[in-house]
Design a protein around this ligand. Structure first.
Ligand code: COA
Length: 396
């Protein structure tokens, strides 16, 4: 069992150890998600991801993550209804989004619009379960609407209203493309959301928990997490994987391309994970979803390149425990669904908001503000010098 240090006592005689990236350092206790990185197993609240992806829906999984149990039919219907009722976004937020630059990144647009919700829903009552539920519903309902709205706005069109007769995922694809999606496409998209909904203390979730620990509002919590997710070492990698596959271009070029990249110490996007030393179980499921889409809607030659890259990169990097992660196949799925590349990471955010909110709620349940220490490596104490004296220093 890991040791829990009494929060009020700090052992002053133990020299602090610096672990870059906090590798292996438990920064919280959590009952939400468990990863076995050696066997490639992932559970949400004890349920294997494979079972949830096969049988659950994103909203049911979000309920499980946030409230800890699979909902009864009555609770699920109520949750789905509430989300449906809150999907619309104020015209003021839409007008604000119309002022965003059309060539900005949709993750920046999402971060700004998520943060703006705090202006419109400024009441903060973190000890009121009704407030928590309302904030959860609002964020899960409105984030997809804001992603779809920015997509249409940057194309010079007006956002379209959600459709109440469509499921959560079908409605998002409809708001994005103005076409009702094929049921298989909508189901596969929903499964993608399940797969991305939670993943323990990754960088954006840690960011969410740090922000939550200050007792700020949940919109600031989600906005800070969106900003963290955007980077290429985290959620942003799914965009870069497709760029890499396109650059490689064909199966027969993969080996030489990878050998050069590895020799130049480049990171292969969509490979490697701090927690997994085997192929990420989400990548396994996503690969199967990609194949279902190709069977139904036509093959994508980039998939052949991806499989060859996986084969060669696993040979070269596998001995170091580096295998495909969640981002390796997700881009191929989204591309087949007709989703623009720079929306891949906002879609990751649509899913991960469930995990962020579960961690927000858990953090509030046993809160202590995050305030780690540091090991100072700067100058020893010195005296301020007037400019004349500074200018006269040798070497200036
Ligand atoms: N390609 C090539 N080498 C990789 C690699 C990759 N994708 N990921 C890790 N490595 C190598 C590093 O070069 C390093 O090698 P070294 O010990 O010889 O110097 C070693 O593996 C450890 O890498 P490090 O960056 O310290 O691991 P980390 O745990 O800090 O980083 C990631 C984890 C995910 C950030 C990292 O694997 C990565 O940058 N992957 C590519 C981006 C990506 O796909 N991100 C999405 C994650 S879901």
């Amino acid at each position: 069992m890991p040791m829990v240090v009494d929060a009020n006592r700090v052992a002053s005689d133990v020299a602090p150890v610096f672990r870059p990236g906090l590798e292996g350092v438990p920064a919280t206790q959590s009952a939400i998600c468990d990863i076995d990185g050696l066997q490639g197993l992932l559970t949400y609240r004890g349920y294997p991801l494979e079972e949830l992806a096969a049988s659950s829906t994103f909203l049911e999984t979000a309920h499980l993550l946030i409230w800890g149990e699979l909902p009864t039919t009555e609770h699920l219907r109520a949750f789905e209804h509430n989300v449906q009722m809150h999907r619309r976004v104020s015209f003021r937020i839409r007008d604000m989004m119309k002022c965003f630059p059309a060539d900005g990144h949709p993750m920046d647009a999402l971060q700004s619009s998520a943060a703006s919700l705090g202006l419109f829903y400024s009441r903060r009552a973190l000890d009121d379960p009704a407030y928590i539920e309302a904030a959860v519903v609002r964020l899960i309902a409105k984030i997809p609407t804001m992603v779809a709205a920015y997509q249409l706005i940057r194309l010079g069109q007006d956002p379209i209203q959600p459709r109440d007769d469509l499921s959560y995922s079908a409605n998002f694809l409809y708001m994005l493309t103005e076409r009702e999606p094929d049921p298989l496409a909508a189901r596969i998209f929903d499964q993608c959301l399940i797969l991305h909904a939670e993943h323990s203390l990754n960088a954006s979730t840690f960011s969410a928990r740090v922000t939550a620990s200050t007792l700020t509002d949940p919109y600031a919590v989600v906005a800070s997490a969106v900003g963290t997710l955007a980077g290429p070492l985290h959620g942003g990698a799914n965009e870069d994987v497709l760029a890499m596959l396109e650059q490689i271009g064909s199966e027969d070029r993969a080996e030489a391309w990878l050998d050069r990249a590895i020799a130049e110490k480049q990171k292969i996007m969509g490979f490697g994970h701090r927690e997994y030393k085997v192929k990420d179980p989400r990548a396994v499921i996503l690969q199967g979803l990609a194949e279902q889409l190709f069977d139904r809607f036509g093959h994508d030659g980039m998939y052949d390149v991806a499989r060859r890259v996986e084969e060669v990169a696993s040979e070269r990097l596998g001995p170091k425990g580096i295998y495909p992660n969640v981002d390796f196949y997700s881009g191929l799925v989204y591309r087949k669904l007709g989703i623009p590349r720079d929306l891949f990471t906002p879609i990751f955010a649509i899913a991960r908001v469930a995990g962020w909110l579960a961690h927000w709620k858990e953090q509030l349940g046993a809160n202590r503000i995050y305030r780690p220490t540091q090991i100072y490596t700067g100058a020893a104490r010195r005296t301020w010098l007037p400019q004349d004296a500074r200018n006269a220093l040798p070497g200036v």
